[in-house]
Design a protein around this ligand. Structure first.
Ligand code: SF4
Length: 339
């Protein structure tokens, strides 16, 4: 029987996710109020299936992976007497300059919901590329939207590097122990914002040993939300018989929490929601830890707490750690460039 729930704090939405979701909700609401069309968004606004589904259902938002698909969506809507707006929202993960150029070419207004902490890495990539450096970009997958966006700032001068110790290595990424660069005296390392803190530091150390002149930005690129959520799991997981991480499997920061919880508790599971919990997981278990990715709505976590309370009304709830107090400025609509 579950006697204790350890609830990680912080967990769930970070400031970047809040800003991005509000950008979509506010733009969709303004469109409705002004009689404009339904809102298109480039890529999942954040990496959580529930968030995406809710925006589709409640705000008639249309997600596309290619701006070239907007014409098809526009035609399909027109057949139903509906319209698509000519403003597109860019997701929290950021986009490459190519996508911005395509939006301009298509005459789209834009709302850039890129997290400012991702934008900071883009700025670094541009700066070092301008100064003639080769960029080693550590990421967890060549297909991750953030990696595509950042490497797109200087594709000719960027090599994607895998995280040392990462469970599922993407073969398209270079091994940090063997990667080569054109000039070892002009090389900088940048990273995706949502990686494992420990594995990323180890990877940078490997690169530093191989390239003694390696430049690391003044503050590493891992974001505060990634670090804080990993710290909270690090505190709680060793005390738990079972650790649940509420995340979609394509959330990088959520999957890193799961791996950390597995390492520290020896028994961790990923769930999208309470519906994924299997009764057999709870056999012989008395303490369960709970955390969630930076893109997971907290009501999904609270449903799990309620589920355990139903099983045992006397269950003790221990919530440890500090909430964050960070907010980002709202994203604004930028008109299409003059034709
Ligand atoms: Fe920004 Fe970090 Fe949140 Fe990603 S996880 S949106 S980088 S604060």
């Amino acid at each position: 029987m579950i006697r204790t729930i350890y609830l990680a704090r912080p967990r769930g939405f970070c400031a970047g996710v809040v800003m991005a979701i509000e950008a979509v909700e506010n733009a969709a609401a303004a469109n409705r109020a002004e009689g404009r069309g339904e809102l298109p968004v480039y890529h999942a606004i954040v990496h959580n299936a529930t968030v995406v589904q809710r925006l589709e259902d409640e705000h008639q938002v249309h997600f596309v992976e290619d701006l070239g698909d907007l014409e098809r969506v526009r035609t399909e809507l027109a057949e139903q007497g509906r319209e698509l707006d000519d403003t597109v929202v860019f997701s929290a993960h950021g986009v490459s300059p190519k996508v911005r150029e395509e939006a301009d070419r298509l005459g789209l207004a834009t709302i850039d919901a890129t997290c400012p902490l991702v934008t900071k890495v883009h700025n670094e990539a541009r700066k070092y590329a301008r100064e003639g450096y080769h960029i080693l970009l550590i990421g967890d997958s060549a297909s991750h939207q953030e990696v595509i966006g950042t490497s797109g700032e200087a594709p000719e001068q960027t090599t994607l590097v895998a995280v040392a110790g990462h469970r599922k290595q993407d073969p398209r990424l270079e091994d940090p122990r063997t990667v080569t660069v054109p000039d070892p005296s002009k090389v900088v390392v940048l990273t995706q914002t949502t990686l494992s803190v420990d594995d990323t530091m180890r990877t940078i150390e490997i690169l530093r040993e191989r390239f003694p002149d390696l430049i690391t930005p003044p503050r590493d690129d891992l974001c505060y939300a990634t670090k804080n959520r990993q710290d909270a799991v690090r505190q709680l997981a060793p005390r738990c018989d079972l650790f649940l991480v509420v995340t979609s499997d394509y959330s990088s920061n959520g999957m890193r929490l799961l791996e950390l919880a597995e390492d520290l508790s020896g028994n961790a599971r990923r769930v999208e929601s309470v519906r994924d919990i299997r009764p057999e997981w709870l056999e012989g278990i008395s303490s369960v830890g709970l955390s969630s990715a930076a893109s997971t709505p907290d009501d999904l976590v609270q449903e799990i707490v309620a589920y355990f309370r139903d099983l045992n009304p006397d269950v003790e709830l221990i919530e440890e750690g500090e909430w964050e107090n960070i907010t980002f400025r709202p994203a604004k609509r930028v008109p299409a460039p003059a034709a």
